[in-house]
Design a binder for this molecule. Structure first.
Ligand code: ZN
Ligand code: ZN
Length: 334
C-alpha cells in the first residue's frame, strides 16, 4: 500500500514525510483493517512530526488519528463490525478498560492506551488497522470529508463546550477558530449560548461568524477586549489557540466566578484567585461523546468546514497548518 511515512523528526518545511510503499496491515484479535477514505490533518500531527513531543515510540511511523474508512477485513473476536461498514477512528487506538480512569468514565485519559499516529500507525495511508472497540459507524448522511474531523476536533470541541457549562444564561468566548474552534462555536450555539469568537486572523473571524458566532473580535484590539470585559457577560471561555497570551486574555475576559476551559497546553501565570474562576482542561473525548457527536452531526446540526488534499500532499498540508492558513480542516484523501 502507499503511505506517507515519518522516518525521523524534522520541520514541516523540509518535507519530513515520504510517499512510499509500506506493508499493508492485517487484523489481529479484536482488530479490523479499513481502506482509508479520509484522514484529518491535526495540529498535534504537526507536533509529533516536528518532534515537539519527543521521539515517537514507533519509527518509522505513519501519522494521522482522525480517520474514516471502509472495513475491508475483520480479525478474530470482532462481532460489532462487518466488512463494508463505514467507520471512523479517533486518536485513542484502545484503552485498558480496567484502570481508575477507564472505570470512572475518563477513558480518554487512560495511560495504558495506544495512540494512533504515535505508538500505532495512523491514517496517512491507503489502509489502517483499528481496534473494533474504538471504532464508530458513521451515519450515511455525513460525507467522508466531513466525517473524519468529527473524530478529533469535533469531539474535542463537544467535550470542551460541555465543560464550559454553555447555556442561554451567559455568553461563551472561543479563542482560536481553527479545526476545533469552528466546531466549538456551533456546539455552544446549539446549547443556547451567545458566542464570541476570538482570533487574530481576519479570515478566522469571518469563519467564526459563518459558523454562527454573534460577534468575532481580534485579541490584539485592546479596546474591544476592554469593552467586552466591562459588559461582564462572558460566563466561560474556551481556549484552543496555542498561546499563553490567549489563556491570560481568556481569564481577563471571563467574569468573576466563571469558567475557563483549556483545550491546549500553556502557562498559567496570571491566575487571580480573587476572581473565583474555575480552570478545567479537556482532552479529546470518550466513546460515548463521540457517539453523541455523530448523532448531532448526522442530523445536520453541526457542519464540518474542510477541504480535501491528496495523501501525497501531506507535507504541504502540514505547512499550511503551521502558517495558520487553514480554514477549518484539511483532510487527506488517499
Ligand atoms: Zn487530531
Ligand atoms: Zn485505562
Amino acid at each position: 500500500m502507499k503511505a506517507m511515512v515519518l522516518h525521523r523528526n524534522a520541520l514541516a518545511e523540509s518535507g519530513p514525510l515520504t510517499y512510499e510503499d509500506a506493508e499493508k496491515p492485517s487484523p489481529g484479535y479484536g482488530e479490523v483493517v479499513m481502506s482509508v477514505l479520509s484522514c484529518g490533518v491535526c495540529r498535534s500531527n504537526l507536533q509529533v512530526i516536528e518532534g515537539e513531543r519527543g521521539k515517537p515510540p514507533k519509527l518509522p511511523l505513519i501519522p494521522g488519528h482522525e480517520v474514516v474508512g471502509i472495513v475491508e477485513s475483520v480479525g478474530p473476536g470482532v462481532s460489532s463490525l462487518m466488512v463494508g461498514d463505514r467507520v471512523g477512528a479517533q486518536p485513542q487506538y484502545d484503552s485498558c478498560g480496567s484502570c481508575r480512569l477507564c472505570i470512572s468514565g475518563m477513558e480518554n485519559l487512560c495511560q495504558r492506551s495506544g495512540r494512533l499516529g504515535w505508538s500505532v500507525d495512523g491514517g496517512y495511508a491507503q489502509y489502517m488497522k483499528g481496534k473494533a472497540s474504538h471504532l464508530h459507524k458513521v451515519p450515511d448522511s455525513i460525507g467522508d470529508l466531513e466525517a473524519a474531523p468529527l473524530f478529533c476536533p469535533g469531539v474535542t470541541a463537544y467535550r470542551a463546550v460541555i465543560a464550559s457549562g454553555a447555556s442561554p444564561a451567559s455568553a461563551v468566548a472561543v479563542f482560536g477558530i481553527g479545526g476545533v474552534g469552528h466546531f466549538a462555536i456551533q456546539f455552544a450555539r446549539l446549547f443556547g449560548a451567545r458566542v464570541i469568537g476570538v482570533s487574530r486572523g481576519a479570515q478566522h473571524r469571518k469563519l467564526a461568524l459563518e459558523m454562527g458566532a454573534d460577534e468575532a473580535i481580534d485579541p490584539s484590539d485592546s479596546e474591544a477586549l476592554l469593552e467586552l470585559s466591562r459588559r461582564e457577560e462572558i460566563g466561560s471561555s474556551i481556549v484552543f489557540a496555542p498561546s499563553d497570551d490567549s489563556i491570560e486574555k481568556a481569564m481577563a475576559l471571563t467574569r468573576r466566578g466563571g469558567t475557563i476551559v483549556l483545550g491546549v497546553d500553556g502557562n498559567i501565570s496570571n491566575y487571580r484567585f480573587m476572581k473565583g474562576q474555575t480552570l478545567k482542561a479537556t482532552l479529546v473525548g470518550t466513546r460515548k461523546e463521540i457517539e453523541e457527536v455523530l448523532e448531532i452531526a448526522g442530523k445536520g446540526l453541526v457542519k464540518t468546514r474542510a477541504r480535501a488534499m491528496k495523501l501525497e500532499d501531506a507535507n504541504e498540508a502540514l505547512c499550511s497548518l503551521k502558517e495558520n492558513k487553514v480554514e477549518g480542516r484539511i483532510v487527506l484523501e488517499p
